[in-house]
Design a protein around this ligand. Sequence first.
Ligand SMILES: Nc1nc2c(c(=O)[nH]1)N[C@@H](CN(C=O)c1ccc(C(=O)N[C@@H](CCC(=O)O)C(=O)O)cc1)CN2
Length: 299
Amino acid sequence: MTATILSGKVFATQFKEEAKKEILNIKQEYGVTPGLAVIIVGENPASKVYVRNKHKACEEIGIYSEVIEMPETTTKEELIRKIDELNFRKEIHGILVQLPLPKAIAQHEEEILNEINPFKDVDGFHPINVGKLVTGQEALIPCTPHGCLKMLEASNINIDGAHAVVIGRSNIVGKPMAHLLLSKNATVTICHSHTKNLKEICKSADIIVAAIGKPKFITADMIKPGATVIDVGINRIAPKKLVGDVDFENAVNVAGAITPVPGGVGLLTIAMLMQNTVTALKMQLANQYALCYNKDINS
Ligand SMILES: Nc1nc2c(c(=O)[nH]1)N[C@@H](CN(C=O)c1ccc(C(=O)N[C@@H](CCC(=O)O)C(=O)O)cc1)CN2
């Protein structure tokens, strides 16, 4: 039996279409166009492609897009100044700093990202958004795990009561993914490099999310027959060859549903960024009205 292939392309198109419809409604009702600013520091070739694709997606669905290119030599202070400028621009509703940062400022990543106004934090990396996600409040949610959750739901894969195993504990994918699955009543196990009995734990999973960053690390013998396997890994093993964290060729014969690499959840990242930009605008509109309302009752 071969698994159902969960195509990132199909879901990305669907999620962008949803965002496009919402944008039209917002434009009609409030006369506002959502605006996204993406900052890229340095010359990382993969980052340049991702940023170009973010700009194209914005143009496609009606988001105003600004790409701010800063040189490799940019200091922490210069980058923070740029973020502060964008925090105050009212036509910019979403701000994103493309990662990874150049080596010289990479150690300040946390401090830099914390400078983004949490209402404009379309990556969902700010501690305020992380805290809201963990406590079940309305938050901006990191794009890749958010896309994975939406894809599972749109594919009618049962999450409630399922045993979900998330392999990887990064702030960008593993931890938010675990909280999202928990919020949908999965029983969640987070595994990492120190986990013992990884094979046994994986074998008991109804849903596996692999976000380790090691090519083909999850092999077919670690998967329960019929399980859903979401592969978040993007590993370049040759100039033109990308593979995931899952040994897809063999896993596809055991899993019930599986995402490929390329063509899987990577494509959802940009689609969800479009949705997050719309959500950020809606949160800002609601916040403005709340502020107006407070002013009225106080005057
Ligand atoms: N500030 C952020 N930086 C980074 C993020 C992020 O979410 N926010 N994620 C990644 C890069 N990324 C978007 O920024 C991204 C990664 C992968 C893809 C994608 O479409 N992948 C394709 C393959 C593309 C290829 O050939 O290289 C796929 O998986 O099929 C889109 C966006 C790190 N930085």
